[in-house]
Design a protein around this ligand. Structure first.
Ligand SMILES: Cc1ncc(COP(=O)(O)O)c(C=O)c1O
Length: 376
C-alpha cells in the first residue's frame, strides 16, 4: 500500500497488520456464531476465542485462565486497580491517565493513594516503592514503559519488592508489548491494548495471576470466567491473539532496527538549536523520541509537520485537548519554556531511514521559521 503520509505516531495507534486482518476476516461473516451457544457455529467462535487466549498466554508466560479480554488498556488498568479492594494504592506521578484518573476516582470514594515522584529522566526505583509500602498498602501500580517519554521502569525489581512485602503488583504494559520482551513472571496483573500492536482499537486484555481478587467488572452473562459479562468481540479477540503473538515473536528484530532509526532521529533533532531530549537517552522505548524546542508552540509545529506530510504528536494523544501542560514533563522537571514546544515522534519497523531524514529536515525548517515569526 502506498503511504499517504509519514507516520511517526505509533505510540498513539498502529495500523492493523495484514496477518491480523487476515486472521480476523472470517469471524465477521463466515464464522459469526455467539461463543456462548451450543451448536457448531457457536463452538467455532468459542474455539477461536479460546485459541486467541491461548496464544496470548503462551506469548507472555501466563496460563490460559489468567487472560481476560477487555475493551482496551484503559479498562484493563481500571479493572486491575479494583483488586486493591479499598486498601491503599502506591503508584507514580507519570502513569497514564487511565491509572491516574482511576486513582483520583477511588480517592473520592475514600481510598488512599500515594503518588511516587520520579527522577529527571522519569524513573522510579524499587527502593522508593519498598519505602512506600506499609501494612495499609494493598496494591502497587507502576507502568512498564512511559507513553510520553518512553522511560522503561525497573518492573522486575519492583515486582520482587511487592512479592516480598505481600502486596499485589500491577503494571501497565500498553507501550511495552512489541517493543520489549514481556513476561509476567513475578507480576500479578498486566494491561495490554490492541491498537498499539497491530490489532484493532477497542480490544485489549488484563492478565491477572490465579487467585488475584478481581472484582466482577460488568454484571450479566458468564463470559470471561464470569467476571466481565457481555458477548465477546470475536473478530477483535482473534486479531489481538495474532497481534500479541507476532509482537512478542518479532520483538528482538524490530527493536534493533527501530533503535537505530530512533538514535538517528534524536541526533538529527538535537542539532536544532535550543532543543532538549526528554527522558533517558539509553533506557527508553526503541521508537520513542520526545523532544522540546524552546520558543515554539507544539500545536504550530504539529500543524506544519502535518502540512509537510508528517504525523506526530504533542505529548500523549489522550492528553490532547486538556490544555494542561503534560503531567509527565512537569514531573520530570522540564522547564516551562520547553514544555510548550514538545513533540513526540514514535517510530516503528514500518519507518525508513529516508523518512527519518525528511522528518529531521522538515522539523528544523519549521522550528526555525516559527522562531523567526515570533521574533519579528
Ligand atoms: C501507557 C498507556 N496506558 C493505557 C492506555 C489506554 O489504552 P486504550 O487506548 O486501549 O484504552 C494507553 C493509550 O495510549 C497508554 O499509552
Amino acid at each position: 500500500m502506498e503511504k499517504k503520509f509519514i507516520y511517526a505516531d505509533y505510540a498513539a495507534a498502529s495500523p492493523v497488520s495484514d496477518e491480523v486482518l487476515k486472521a480476523m476476516l472470517p469471524y465477521f461473516s463466515e464464522s459469526f456464531g455467539n461463543p456462548s451457544g451450543v451448536h457448531s457455529a457457536s463452538r467455532e467462535a468459542a474455539k477461536a476465542v479460546a485459541q486467541a487466549r491461548r496464544k496470548i498466554a503462551a506469548a507472555i508466560g501466563a496460563d490460559y485462565s489468567e487472560i481476560y479480554f477487555t475493551s482496551g488498556g484503559t479498562e484493563a488498568d481500571n479493572w486491575a486497580l479494583s483488586a486493591a479492594k479499598g486498601k491503599k494504592i502506591v503508584t507514580t506521578n507519570v502513569e497514564h491517565k487511565a491509572v491516574l484518573n482511576c486513582c483520583k476516582a477511588l480517592e473520592k470514594s475514600g481510598a488512599e493513594v500515594t503518588y511516587l515522584p520520579v527522577d529527571g529522566s522519569g524513573f522510579v526505583t524499587a527502593k522508593q516503592v519498598d519505602a512506600a509500602i506499609d501494612s495499609s498498602v494493598g496494591l502497587v501500580s507502576v507502568m512498564y514503559a512511559n507513553n510520553e517519554i518512553g522511560t522503561v521502569m525497573p518492573v522486575e525489581e519492583i515486582a520482587e519488592v511487592c512479592r516480598k512485602k505481600g502486596v499485589l503488583f500491577h503494571t501497565d504494559a500498553v507501550q511495552a508489548i512489541g517493543n520489549l520482551p514481556v513476561n509476567v513472571n513475578g507480576i500479578d496483573m498486566l494491561s495490554c491494548s490492541g491498537h498499539k500492536i497491530g490489532a484493532p482499537k477497542g480490544i485489549g486484555f488484563l492478565y491477572a495471576r490465579k487467585g488475584t481478587p478481581l472484582e466482577s467488572l460488568i454484571y450479566g452473562g458468564n463470559q470471561e470466567f464470569g467476571l466481565r459479562a457481555g458477548t465477546e468481540n470475536v473478530p477483535a479477540i482473534v486479531g489481538l491473539g495474532e497481534a500479541v503473538k507476532l509482537a512478542c515473536e518479532g520483538v528482538h528484530d524490530n527493536a534493533e532496527y527501530v533503535t537505530r532509526l530512533r538514535n538517528k532521529l534524536i541526533d538529527g533533532l538535537l542539532e536544532i538549536p535550543d532543543a532538549r531530549l526528554n527522558g533517558s537517552r539509553e533506557n527508553r522505548l526503541c521508537g520513542n523520541v520526545n523532544i522540546s524546542f524552546a520558543d515554539v508552540e507544539s500545536e504550530a509545529v504539529l500543524l506544519m509537520l502535518d502540512a509537510a506530510g508528517i504525523c506526530a504528536s504533542g505529548g500523549s494523544a489522550c492528553t490532547t485537548g486538556d490544555n494542561e501542560p503534560s503531567h509527565v514533563l512537569t514531573a520530570i522537571g522540564v522547564p516551562a519554556k520547553y514544555i510548550s514546544g514538545t513533540i513526540r515522534f514514535t517510530l516503528s519497523s514500518r519507518n525508513t531511514e529516508d523518512e527519518v531524514d525528511y522528518i529531521i529536515k522538515k522539523t528544523a525548517e519549521i522550528v526555525e521559521r516559527l522562531r523567526r515569526i515570533r521574533k519579528a
